[in-house]
Design a protein around this ligand. Structure first.
Ligand SMILES: *[C@@H]1O[C@H](CO)[C@@H](O)[C@H](O)[C@H]1NC(C)=O
Ligand SMILES: *[C@@H]1O[C@H](CO)[C@@H](O)[C@H](O)[C@H]1NC(C)=O
Ligand SMILES: *[C@@H]1O[C@H](CO)[C@@H](O)[C@H](O)[C@H]1NC(C)=O
Length: 574
C-alpha cells in the first residue's frame, strides 16, 4: 500500500521536550475530533459496510427480463457502427461518419477498436471481437508521434484492455473468441501501456503531467494551443489541472495491480489524487475541489467548482473505488466521507431549481458551477452522469435522500432532452434559478434564447449533440437500481432520437444543432446538420449503456461489476 511521508516516524521521538509537545498535539487533535464529531455527525462513519447489494432484485411479472426486440435494435446500431469503421477506417483512431474519412488524434493506436471491444464482448459480437483483438495485440503502445494524454489514454485504452481481461476471466468471453494465451497477451499490452504512461506521475506531488512525450519518456505540459484564451493558465512549466485529470486513473490501475500482482499502479494512481483527497487547503464548499490545481505544489490556482467538465469523473471515482477496492483498503472510509460531503455540497451549493417560464410552468432541478464568488447557472450534458453515480451511492451507502436528489437531477436531464425538436439534449443549457439568485450570471438575451426559454424554461448555450452517453448511462443505473420500467421507456425515446437524427452514411454523426432537425433547416449536403465526428465513446458507452438497459438485468450485474468512466466493466472481487 501507499505510505504517505507524513505518517512516518517522528524524528523527535527521544527528546522529552518534544514528547510534551507531542502530548499537547495529541490533546488538540482529540479535542478537534470531538468538536468535529458533534458539529458534523453525518459524515463520521462508525461501521463501514462495503459491498451492499446494488441492483434491484424484486422484479415482478418478468420486468427484469430482456426486451429482446429493443436490445437487438441497439445491437444492430453497434454492428452498423463497427462495419462502417471496418470498411473505411480500420486501424485509424476514429472514422468521420459523414465523409467516410478518418481522424487520428488519439495517438493512432486505433482508439475505436480498443475502446469498443468491451461493447462487442458484452453484445457477443465474436467475429468483430476476434478481429479487434488481432489489432490490439499488434499495436506498439511505446511509440507515438504525438504527445500522449495520460487521462484520455487511461480511460479509453488502458481501461478497455484491463476490462477485456476481466471479461475473459469472468467467463463472459468464450475460449473460441479469446484463448488463455491471447488473454495473457492482452494483459501484457496493458502493462506496456501503463508503464509507458509512468513518467506522467513523475512530479513532486504525484499529480500527473497533462501530457507524456514518449520520445523522451518525460511528462510535459499541454501543447501551447490549450493556453490560447486562458491567460491565467500560461505557466507552461507549472501546469495546473482539474480534478478529473488527476482523479480518474485509480479504477483502471487498481484492477491492473490485482491482475498483475504489481502494486505500483495502485500506488501511483493513489498518490495522483492524494493532493485533492487529502488537500491541505480548505475548500469553500466541503468536499468540492477548488480548481485548477498546480501539479507541482497541489495548491489550487483557481476557484472553479463543479461536477461538470474537468471535475466530473473525480467524484465518480471517489464513489466507485469504494465499490471496487477490497474492504481492507485503509482509505475507503475517507473516500466515502469525501464523496458524501461532495454530494451534500453539490445539492446545497450548486444544485438549483428552475423558475417557471411563460409557456412552461414546471420546475426542474439542474446543477450549475461556482467560480470564485459567482454561481454560474449553466449545466452541460457531461454532468448528467451525476444522477447515475449518486444513485449508486444511495444504494451502496443506504442514503435514501441521495436517491431523491439523483432522480430529480435525472428528470432535469430528461427535460433537456424532451424540450428540443430532436428529442436530444444540447451540450450546454441554462435556466433562471427560482430561489437565491435575483441577478443570475446567464440570462436569455438573444431572440432565439428567449424563445427557447419561454417554451421550456431552459435555453441552450451550445446546441450541439456530441454522441455523449451520460444521460443514457444514468438511465441504465436508474433502471437497474430502482427497477422502474419508465427508465427503459426514456432510454428507448433517446435511442430512437439518435437513430433518426445521427445515423449518417459512415456511422453516427454528431449534431450541429439539436433544435434544427427538419430537412430544409440545413443545406443539401447536410454539412450544417451534422458534425463529421464520431468519438469512440459512442460505441464504448452510449450504445453499451443503451443495450444493457434492454438486456437481461443479470448481464453486467452491478453487484459484480463497476464501470469505469469510459464504460468499461471491472470485476468486483470481494
Ligand atoms: C404481466 O405482464 C403481462 C404481459 O406484459 C400483462 O398482460 C399483465 O397485465 C401483467 N400483469 C400484472 C399483474 O402486471
Ligand atoms: C482525410 O483525412 C486525412 C487525415 O486527416 C487528410 O490528410 C486527407 O486530406 C483527408 N481526405 C479528404 C478527402 O478529406
Ligand atoms: C510511478 O511513478 C514514478 C514517479 O513517482 C514513475 O517514475 C514511474 O514510471 C511510475 N510507474 C508507473 C507504472 O506508473
Amino acid at each position: 500500500m501507499t505510505g504517505f511521508r507524513r505518517w512516518g516516524k517522528s524524528k523527535f521521538e527521544n527528546n522529552p521536550e518534544s514528547s510534551f509537545k507531542l502530548l499537547a498535539a495529541v490533546l488538540v487533535i482529540i479535542l478537534y475530533l470531538v468538536i468535529k464529531e458533534f458539529s458534523n455527525p453525518t459524515v463520521h462513519i462508525r461501521t463501514p459496510t462495503y459491498g451492499a447489494k446494488i441492483q434491484f432484485s424484486d422484479w415482478k411479472n418478468g420486468t427484469g427480463r430482456a426486451d429482446k426486440e429493443k436490445a437487438e435494435k441497439v445491437r444492430d446500431a453497434m454492428k452498423y457502427t463497427f462495419e462502417k469503421y471496418k470498411q473505411n477506417a480500420w486501424g485509424q483512431d476514429d472514422i468521420l461518419p459523414v465523409s467516410g474519412n478518418y481522424s487520428s488524434t488519439r495517438n493512432g493506436w486505433g482508439a475505436f477498436i480498443v475502446d469498443s471491444a468491451t461493447t462487442l464482448a458484452l453484445m457477443g459480437l465474436w467475429d468483430e471481437l476476434i478481429l479487434s483483438v488481432q489489432h490490439i495485440l499488434a499495436v506498439d503502445f511505446t511509440k507515438s508521434e504525438d504527445l500522449v494524454d495520460p487521462f484520455e489514454t487511461t480511460i479509453r485504452y488502458l481501461g478497455g484492455l484491463v476490462s477485456l481481461v476481466d471479461l475473459y476471466d469472468a467467463g463472459v468471453i468464450p475460449e473460441e473468441a479469446i484463448t488463455k494465451e491471447t488473454r495473457d497477451r492482452i494483459l501484457e499490452q496493458a502493462v506496456i501501456l501503463a508503464n509507458t504512461l509512468g513518467p506522467a506521475y513523475d512530479t513532486p506531488t504525484g499529480m500527473p503531467w497533462p501530457r507524456v512525450d514518449l520520445s523522451k519518456s518525460k511528462g510535459t505540459a499541454d501543447p501551447p494551443s490549450v493556453y490560447i484564451g486562458h491567460p491565467d493558465r500560461k505557466q507552461y512549466d507549472q501546469p495546473a489541472i482539474g480534478p478529473a485529470r488527476t482523479g480518474s486513473s485509480i479504477l483502471e490501475n487498481r484492477a491492473l495491480s490485482r491482475l498483475t500482482g504489481d502494486s505500483i499502479y495502485t500506488k501511483n494512481s493513489t498518490l495522483a489524487w492524494s493532493s485533492i483527497v487529502w488537500s491541505r487547503w480548505t475548500p469553500a464548499y466541503p468536499g468540492l475541489v477548488d480548481a485548477p490545481i498546480d501539479i507541482k505544489t497541489g495548491a489550487p490556482v483557481g476557484r472553479e467548482r463543479s461536477w461538470d467538465a474537468g471535475h466530473d469523473s473525480y467524484y465518480e471515482y471517489l464513489l466507485k473505488i469504494t465499490l471496487l477496492a477490497p474492504p481492507s483498503d485503509p482509505y475507503l472510509d475517507t473516500y466515502k466521507a469525501t464523496f458524501i460531503r461532495a454530494v451534500d455540497s453539490l445539492r446545497k451549493s450548486l444544485g438549483t431549481r428552475s423558475a417557471p417560464a411563460p409557456n412552461h410552468a414546471m420546475q426542474h432541478s439542474y446543477i450549475g458551477h461556482s467560480n470564485d464568488k459567482w454561481y454560474l447557472n449553466r449545466q452541460s450534458h457531461l454532468a448528467c452522469f451525476a444522477p447515475g453515480t449518486i444513485l449508486l451511492a444511495s444504494k451502496s451507502y443506504d442514503k435514501p435522500d441521495f436517491k431523491t436528489f439523483a432522480l430529480a437531477l435525472l428528470e432535469g436531464c430528461r427535460h433537456a432532452y424532451n424540450s428540443t425538436p430532436s428529442r436530444i439534449g444540447p451540450e450546454t443549457w441554462s435556466w433562471v434559478p427560482k430561489f437565491g439568485y435575483s441577478d443570475p450570471v446567464y440570462m436569455p438575451t438573444t431572440k432565439r434564447a428567449k424563445h427557447e426559454w419561454q417554451q421550456s424554461g431552459i435555453w441552450s448555450s451550445d446546441p450541439q449533440y456530441k454522441g455523449r452517453p451520460e444521460y443514457v448511462e444514468s438511465l441504465f443505473y436508474a433502471y437497474r437500481i430502482t427497477g422502474e420500467s419508465r427508465f427503459r421507456e426514456w432510454a428507448w425515446e433517446a435511442f430512437e432520437a439518435m437513430e433518426k437524427n445521427c445515423k449518417a452514411p459512415y456511422g453516427y454523426a454528431q449534431l450541429a444543432d439539436v433544435y434544427r432537425v427538419e430537412p430544409g433547416q440545413w443545406s443539401g449536403a447536410g454539412t450544417d446538420r451534422w458534425i463529421d465526428m464520431q468519438e469512440s465513446f459512442w460505441a464504448a458507452e452510449t450504445l453499451k449503456y443503451l443495450w444493457l438497459t434492454f438486456e437481461e438485468s443479470d448481464v453486467a450485474n452491478l453487484d459484480r461489476w463497476v464501470f469505469t468512466t469510459e464504460g468499461h466493466p471491472l470485476r468486483v472481487m470481494r
